[in-house]
Ligand binder design. Structure first.
Ligand code: T5A
Length: 201
């Protein structure tokens, strides 16, 4: 548990339903006025890095890509996450450092560590399901693929395998959820896990 506040993150492969669940959770906790952030983004620097790393069509070295995501994250921590947690607020993040460990570390093979200045989440929901299904959801939603979504199926399977290893290594932080269930079913599982923590926060 953070010194103050409650830090909740959502992770998973493309189209696993993170944003949907973050929005549903934000509504459920609205009386607590949670701080909701998405990565990369949430600050002016972060949004600019998002454009560069996902949509500029640049050929980016894998390690440089990792530092770009981490630079965006550090600014978000400094400007938003750390002050909110220090003030006792609930913070909900749509992706966080586990994304770097899974995508850049696991799938791209870059040596990745958890910087000591990055707060650890209290709870990380990992939305799991076949990677093909998530990519299909994007196509069905008509979303233009970003640089990472254009990667091969094999790449996305490596991301899923890396998430699996992260969850196995930290079972007290990770909550694994079946992302193939309905939106409401997944949301009710999220609520079940959070109810005791939210009451204490
Ligand atoms: N990245 C990010 C890194 O490589 N390293 C990092 O350190 C970080 C932070 C970010 C990209 O950057 C990479 C990972 C990503 O490739 P993004 O645009 O922010 O890209 O996108 P993602 O985080 O990947 O989110 P997605 O847009 O892929 O999908 P979500 O949020 O998982 O899914 P969501 O909720 O948008 O749902 C997708 C579709 O499915 C439907 C929704 O309505 C929507 O149409 N849906 C469901 N349908 C049926 N049943 C359900 N339970 C459903 N839940 C949602």
């Amino acid at each position: 548990m953070s010194a103050r506040g409650l830090f909740i993150t959502f992770e998973g492969t493309e189209g696993s339903g993170k944003t949907t669940q973050v929005e549903m959770l934000g509504e459920w906790l609205s009386a607590r006025d949670p701080v909701v952030v998405r990565e990369p983004g949430g600050t002016e620097l972060g949004e600019r890095i998002r454009e560069v790393v996902l949509y500029a069509g640049l050929d980016i070295d894998a390690e440089a890509e990792m530092y770009l995501f981490m630079a965006a994250r550090r600014q978000l921590i400094a400007d938003v996450i750390a002050p909110a947690l220090a003030a006792g607020q609930i913070v909900i993040a749509d992706r966080y450092h586990d994304s770097t460990l899974a995508y850049q570390g696991g799938a791209r093979g870059v040596p990745a560590i958890w910087p000591p200045t990055f707060p650890r989440p209290d709870v990380t929901f990992l939305l799991e399901g076949p990677v093909e299904k998530g990519l299909e959801r994007h196509v069905a939603a008509g979303k233009a693929p970003d640089r990472m979504e254009q990667e091969s199926l094999d790449f996305h399977r490596k991301v899923a395998a890396a998430y699996d290893r992260l969850a196995v290594a930290e079972p007290s932080r990770f909550v694994r959820l079946d992302a193939t269930g309905s939106r409401d079913k997944v949301h009710l599982s999220v609520r079940d896990h959070l109810t005791p923590l939210v009451e204490k926060a």
